[in-house]
Design a protein around this ligand. Structure first.
Ligand SMILES: [Mn+2]
Length: 404
């Protein structure tokens, strides 16, 4: 009959990501176009955009991308929706906002805008039903919320599968099994029961697990963002066959990323520079076009050698056009490195985003100062980080804090 439904799961596109803006766009475009030509529908568990308030040119990029997809001859269509926002299309592209798009409550986010424009279906806090012939698929979505509110949100919404439908539960959060360092994270058991497939975003590397005996999939991001060891794997997306209950990972052409380790081990400045260059040259022989190479150093220089004598910027510049080089020095405050070290200290995997790390520090400090106010710390964090100028953010937060 050929009526099986193939669902592509594409996540964390991070359009507008400043550092690798073109990679973000090209790799998102490639993943979505491949998905559109090989699947009957696309679901996106969050972080289409890298920021809550994308600039008009980033919005234009996204609009063009999704408009092209919506013109395709789709073999399935969205028949019904029951979500917070109204639906304006039958094109089978279903999404939720993620943490990067998350804004203070009651403020529109950019994924909702794409939904309003009829370019995709925003299934926040509700569901959509896809149909192809007799085959029906239901997708229930909960957009990214602060971690400590997620369990309450599940309880309040009480998501249930639909009878006679292949039912998918889609969300964008951390889970305790994958990141065992915060009691705020839900466990697999907390997720609603009875769905045929669980799909999560947020984590930028690939995950395949089981929840309530059913597949749980995270495709990872389509663009490199955190430059961690775990991001050296190939990028791509999943295609899930809802009749055979099988899935496969489809790779995209993404910029290669290599982490090379250099032991400073009592070297002098000159010897260290030589070793850094050799390790970069070695990575360049692996045959990728303009890869990102992160040099991870450990150890100390020999006694009378000074780090200041090493022209790291000169080394980086020397590879321009051939590679994007990043040199992580020990002892230099590098947020990603701190995140890694901290996550390791807490015995977790290295999958935490910088934002979550920032939020973690914020919560800890508030706890130390015995914070006790009506507004939740994460709401406060959202308020403080939702404005582009510090003055406005502080003003807004103060208003919120002292309005009663
Ligand atoms: Mn993300």
């Amino acid at each position: 009959m050929g009526l099986f439904l193939k669902i592509a799961i594409v996540s964390d596109l991070h359009l507008g990501y400043e550092r690798f803006r073109e990679d973000a766009f090209k790799q998102a475009e490639q993943a979505l176009e491949m998905a559109a030509s090989s699947a009957d529908a696309i679901i996106i568990p969050g972080d289409i955009f890298d920021m809550r308030v994308p600039k008009p040119d980033v919005l234009a990029e996204a609009i063009n991308l999704f408009r092209n997809l919506s013109k395709k001859e789709w073999r399935s269509r969205v028949e019904t929706t029951e979500a917070v926002n109204r639906n304006y299309t039958s094109v089978p592209i279903i999404a939720i906002p993620g943490t990067h798009e998350r804004r203070a409550q009651g403020v529109e986010n950019p994924v909702t805008l794409l939904g309003l424009a009829g370019l995709l279906v925003d299934v926040s806090d509700g569901y959509a039903v896809l149909q192809k012939g007799d085959e029906k698929v239901m997708v229930y979505g909960i957009g990214g919320v602060s971690e400590e509110r997620f369990l309450d949100t599940i309880r309040k919404l009480d998501p249930k599968p639909l009878q006679g439908h292949f039912s998918i539960f889609m969300f964008h959060q951390s889970t305790y099994e994958l990141l065992p360092f915060s009691e705020d994270f839900v466990t697999f058991d907390d997720l609603p029961e009875g769905f045929d497939l669980y799909v999560d975003g947020h984590i930028h590397s690939r995950v395949e697990k089981k929840v309530h005996g059913k597949p749980f999939l995270i495709p990872g991001s389509t663009v490199l963002t955190q430059l961690k060891d775990s991001e050296q794997e190939e990028k791509g997306f999943y295609i899930y066959d809802t009749v055979a209950n099988t899935y496969s990972f489809q790779k995209i052409k993404s910029r290669a990323f290599f982490v090379v380790k250099v032991d400073i081990g009592n070297k002098g400045a000159e010897a260290l520079v030589k070793e850094i260059k050799e390790s970069i040259e070695e990575a360049l022989t692996r045959g990728s076009k303009s890869p990102i190479i992160r040099v991870q150093m450990s150890g100390k220089l020999k006694k009378d050698a000074r780090s200041i004598d090493i022209d790291y910027q000169g080394i980086i510049k020397g590879y321009e056009g051939r590679a994007v080089v990043e040199i992580a020095r020990p002892g230099v405050e590098d947020i990603e490195a701190i995140t890694d070290v901290d996550a390791l200290r807490k015995g977790s995997l290295d999958n935490m985003s910088v934002k979550d790390y920032g939020l973690g520090i914020f919560m800890e400090r508030l706890k130390e100062s015995k914070y006790n106010l009506d507004i939740s710390p994460t709401e406060l964090f959202e308020l403080l980080s939702s404005e582009t100028t510090k003055e406005k953010a502080v003003k807004k937060a103060l208003e919120e804090l002292f309005s009663n």
